[in-house]
Design a protein around this ligand. Sequence first.
Ligand SMILES: [Fe+2]
Length: 388
Amino acid sequence: MSQEPQSRTELRKFLAPEFIQGPGALGLVGRYALNLGGERVLVVSDPGVRSAGWTDAVTKVLDAVGLEWTLFDEVSPNPRTHECARGVDCFRSTGSNLIVAIGGGSPMDCAKGIAVLASNKGAITDYEGVDEVRNPGPPLICLPTTAGSAAEVSQFAIISNHEELRKFAIISRKVVPDVALIDPQTLETADAYLRACTGIDALTHAIEALVSNASSPLTDLYALEAAGLAAANLPNATEALKAHEPMEQMMQASLLAGLAFSNASLGAVHAMAHSLGGLLDLPHGLCNAILLPHVVAYNYEAAPIAFGRLGLRLGLEPNAAGKARRALIDALHTLNEKVGIRQTLGQLGVSPSDIPPLAEKALRDPCLVTNPRHPDRSEIEGIYAAAL
Ligand SMILES: [Fe+2]
């Protein structure tokens, strides 16, 4: 069980990269690539981001400052080990010395994997876990096109091992990008459903960081503000008319949540979502959205003070004595519905027979270590069953 609030005598560190946020940040990629010693650039992206025009926007800026580049856009929605291997082959064969990632969490995580392999021997699976990466990679610049993953500021890279049907985490300061260029204009091409799923991912980062056993007063500050911003702005940010202000607020929520979870780590929602992504290749944000209310229901008794602060920040009725837990769970269900996420895991194709292997993989995920309550196998299975 977590002891809350965190004792001021406990050791905590806080790590964040340099980041520039605001309209026009994308246009700085050439200057930063030169500043970091770039001579030839590997641009990592995916087909969707390329067809939205964002890879062209980046390569035009690189052209303008005279930098040669190669595009590697063979990245899946849940990036695979072999994509990291192919990417590093491309990095080496083209004589690249700097990586620019443009896209959502998948291209950025794949770029982190490529950077690890560019400076370290072996396979990307050798670097699973905490602080297993020995040598720093080449300079890495990340430009997010979704407000959710916050891979542009985090110490996490999540890669899918398709042979073993599981996702694994590389958690290391060596995968923190050198620079993040956070341009809210890039959100405009994402459709409403993608914005909903990635936005709930950001909210989940904030909530899991807030109740994590590794939280600190500093990460709480970012986590609470991120949760408030996300809950208030996500419904408007997913409207078809694409209002700028709520989308910019979601970019801010994603950044703050990223700074919180990169340093406080995550919890059972992510452990269980990674398992679903690895075994059944389901979208990360959608899995989080479906699991979040059920995991909060399970965790609440282990972190009532932190959840109480969250409820207040979300504007829930403060004097509902004994009803704060129910109010928070209901609010999370309502938010999902408001943004168009109404599926259950069963409707995504998960069957009762999938639950034991899903629980098995979730129990081994490092995100579970910082969950405020330590579930056993049957409890994890119970949460999956409730979300079915
Ligand atoms: Fe996430």
